[in-house]
Write a protein that binds this ligand. Sequence first.
Ligand code: AMP
Length: 434
Amino acid sequence: MSFSVLGLDAKILQAVTEAGYTEPTPIQTAAIPPIIAGHDLIGIAQTGTGKTAAFTLPILTKLAQQPPGQRRGTKVLVIAPTRELVVQIEENIRAYAKHLPLTVATVFGGVGEQPQIRALRSGTDVVVACPGRLIDLMGQRAADFSQLKYLVLDEADRMLDMGFLPSIRRVVQGLPKVRQTLMFSATLSKEIESLTHEFQRAPKVVQIGRRANPAETVTQFVYEVPKHLKPALLQHLLQDPKMEMVLVFSRMKHAADRVARQLEQKGIRTATLHSNRSQNQRLKALKDFKSGAVRVLVATDIAARGIDVDGISHVINYDFPMHVEDYIHRIGRTGRANAIGDAISFVTNEDHGELRALERFIGRGIVRKKAEGFNYTAAAPPYNPAEEERRFPRGQNQNRQQRQGQPSRSGQSRAPQHGGQPRSERSGQSNWRR
Ligand code: AMP
């Protein structure tokens, strides 16, 4: 099937051709016509399926076909959970709108407000925003959404997980009632359905693939490994030159820093991405990873949500993910847009229950593999009180004795000093939905 049969505007077709897309992905084929016809829509699609273009192309088509002389003001608001995703969506919109006279702006925290306020006040056509900062700026009356026609809630499931529902409600209260609302989510849960009732009118449902089925193109493996050998196994696997561009997931921020330090010590160029890093550091880490300046990016789930980096050869779950949805999002970082990628999960004795729950959820077993030439019988390093003190300063750790006596599950025994970081980065508590 060709893009030309979907009813898109000629200038957008031109931009799509220039982006190198030859045919629409399934979510695009299914979602574009009903959006152009004016329906509300809920799109259930895995990550990496081309869902950004699935909502952007038809909205831009409708904007391009508006009669001239429309009133100035923001026409499109896209809300997404993380700054990285907001930046990525903005980049996509700019690429698809390159032949249209439209303005695009982003709104997210961690950077100065003034440029964002100026952009909102000037009536930017398309605004892509994280909910928190948007609420702040709406409170300052910087935004004029009286002309708004299209609202997109992207990664709605993750926004619910991150506790953004009250902010989203407040934003939506400030929008015109007559509008077209599109919602995208990796999974269709009861919570998502109730969100649909709240914000949409008779939405068409477009579902690609089985519910929560991990991207078909990703080859998945499990490496069973004693917990103390995880750093050595990671370094061993990275000796393989086929591991060109590797995204490593850890559950917690300090673990991400530790893994990165260990790799750097072995001469492996590595960057980190988590919520303790400044916005500039996060953008630089992504830039270095994209350009190949670093080979490995170690990230936590929240920070990595929606990362769209072409050419990731491998995703490694250094720590087993906390939610089924996280697993699906993590492995969706490789194998994007029909490329082939490998997803490797380290599984310790403590992770077996969760691995089984995942296999039940996705409806198939994941192949177990052994790393060739790796010494699985190496002893655990001796207990080192100085290292222990450095990592868990006295008074911050209620369970020091428990860890000394019996190794605990990674992260569960820490007293978090979170200062407002996302829930899943600061707690190692497992919360699998079965
Ligand atoms: P998304 O799911 O929106 O994050 O998109 C994943 C990747 O697929 C992005 O790198 C897009 O540029 C790319 N993409 C989107 N649509 C197509 C298409 N029709 N053909 C090839 N690549 C695409």
